[in-house]
Design a binder for this molecule. Structure first.
Ligand code: FAD
Ligand code: DHB
Length: 413
């Protein structure tokens, strides 16, 4: 097989990229290791930034999303048994969308299949140096046979455990990593949300998060140990712990409960791979970086990467100039590090440190007091939470490296 852009992985990064390229008249082949049923059922993210929704809307991927989504204009931070609302929309003019990642994946798979262009399921790329070579080739398995896909460029959208990043010589990459001493146990429950908005709770027994998917389905998370065994968490224990950590000094508060539809433990970690490009191989989304879940940023970062990549690829085919492709990694990493910082801050501020260090605990309290007591602090938080502006290379201005607000020492007085 031959195509212009070989896309490895049909998660949000790969599917959005395929769609953006198709709209620009650029051909691609998408290879996905799993079955269609598997990726359409995988329960993951649920919070979409304003800019992510704008992009999906602009390119015709958001019809069902607009019919079924929940729009959120604030969230609650709960500590010491008291909830504090952060009015995100008042502070930024932007709002958030709650819509399950697997629903978005369903919409994007349907849109791709409608174009008639290839999206092959159960087609794992097998890796190897040719992925990162001067004449890119993807080797993959399909219908019991080994096959090859020749391309002009490869987009490694194959997530954290994919084959693209390992194809780049380790001497060419710097990998920045940070592990957190806790994980999340997440459940999806058939129970109406207990609140109209998300609740991020800091509690002496550990962090808890109340989120949702629809007016009938709640999504809840608990901080647990990194090596936590799910077998030790029968449903009743999960609910008891959620009741404790989400409790507040309000007799009217009540956590609604129902059958548990899904239960899993997810590690929290930060990883950044730099650069995100080697020759004609471009990494995007989780293949290049992981953020801890607390800021709800992973899916949104994946979409931000491929918006930059699609524009750069289009420019290269149109002009033969590699300037935007060369700038891909730099452009994306500016956002990635800002998001990484925000996610690290939220994670460190809201989770209980396993060693119970009293100094860190007081710093957390100071941070929460400032967040919930200062409009300026709340606004900085809200700007990050609703999402930094999407940057497309070649467009005017660069909001990720703005002019310093106080000027610089080079500016005339
Ligand atoms: P993936 O979605 O991982 O897709 C990669 C694809 O590549 C997969 O389908 C995989 O099967 C395929 N693949 C792998 N290897 C191969 C191969 N060799 N050949 C072919 N295909 C291959 N993010 C948010 O923005 N908001 C949230 O609220 C949020 N909450 C989360 C909650 C949880 C519990 C978890 C686990 C994650 C959450 N995230 C959230 C993160 C978000 O889900 C990911 O960042 C997002 O899926 C990244 O998209 P991606 O396309 O880069 O990677
Ligand atoms: C959800 C996940 C997150 O990581 C988060 O910060 C907020 C909500 C969710 O799955 O709904």
């Amino acid at each position: 097989m031959r195509t212009q852009v070989g896309i490895v992985g049909a998660g949000p990064a790969g599917l959005v990229l395929a769609h953006l390229l198709h709209r620009r008249g650029i051909d691609s082949v998408v290879l996905e290791r799993q079955s269609r049923e598997h990726i359409e059922r995988r329960i993951r993210a649920g919070v979409l930034e304003h800019g992510t929704v704008d992009l999906l809307t602009e390119v015709g991927l958001a019809d069902r999303l607009h019919r079924e989504r929940m729009v959120h204009r604030g969230l609650e931070v709960l500590y010491d048994g008291v909830g504090h609302r952060i009015p995100l929309t008042d502070l930024t003019g932007r709002e958030l969308t709650i819509y399950g990642q697997h629903e978005l994946v369903k919409d994007m798979v349907a849109a791709r299949l409608e174009t008639g262009r290839p999206l092959l399921f159960e087609a794992p790329a097998t890796g190897g140096a040719e992925l990162a070579g001067p004449r890119p080739v993807v080797h993959f398995e399909y219908e019991g046979r080994s096959r090859t896909l020749e391309c002009d460029l490869i987009a490694g959208c194959d997530g954290f455990h994919g084959v693209c990043r390992p194809a780049i010589p380790t001497t060419e990459l710097t990998v920045y990593e940070h592990d957190y001493p806790y994980a999340w146990l997440g459940i999806l429950a058939q129970a109406p949300p207990s609140s109209d908005e998300l609740i991020y709770a800091q509690h002496e027994r550990g962090f808890a998060l109340h989120s949702m998917r629809t007016p009938k389905i709640t999504r809840l998370y608990l901080q647990v140990a990194p090596d936590e065994d799910l077998a030790g968490w029968p449903d009743e224990r999960v609910w008891a712990e959620l009741r404790t950590r989400l409790d507040r000094h309000d007799p009217a508060w009540h956590l609604s409960e129902g059958p548990v539809l899904d239960k899993a433990v997810t590690a929290l970690r930060s990883v950044v791979t730099a650069p995100m490009q080697y020759g004609r191989l471009f990494l995007a989304g989780d293949a290049a970086h992981i953020v801890p879940a607390t800021g709800a940023k992973g899916l949104n970062l994946a979409v931000a990467d491929v918006a930059v990549l699609a524009a750069a690829i289009e420019d290269w085919y149109g002009t033969g100039n590699t300037a935007l492709l060369d700038a891909y990694s730099r452009t994306c990493l500016a956002r990635v590090w800002q998001v990484q910082h925000f996610s690290w801050w939220m994670t460190s501020t809201l989770h209980r440190s396993p060693d119970g260090d009293p100094f860190s605990r007081q710093l957390q309290r100071a941070a929460l007091h400032q967040l919930t007591g200062s409009r300026a602090a709340a606004r900085a938080f809200a700007e990050n939470y609703v999402g930094l502006p999407l940057v497309v290379p070649g467009s005017a201005g660069d909001p990720l490296t703005p002019a310093p607000i106080g000027g610089t020492s080079h500016d005339p007085p």
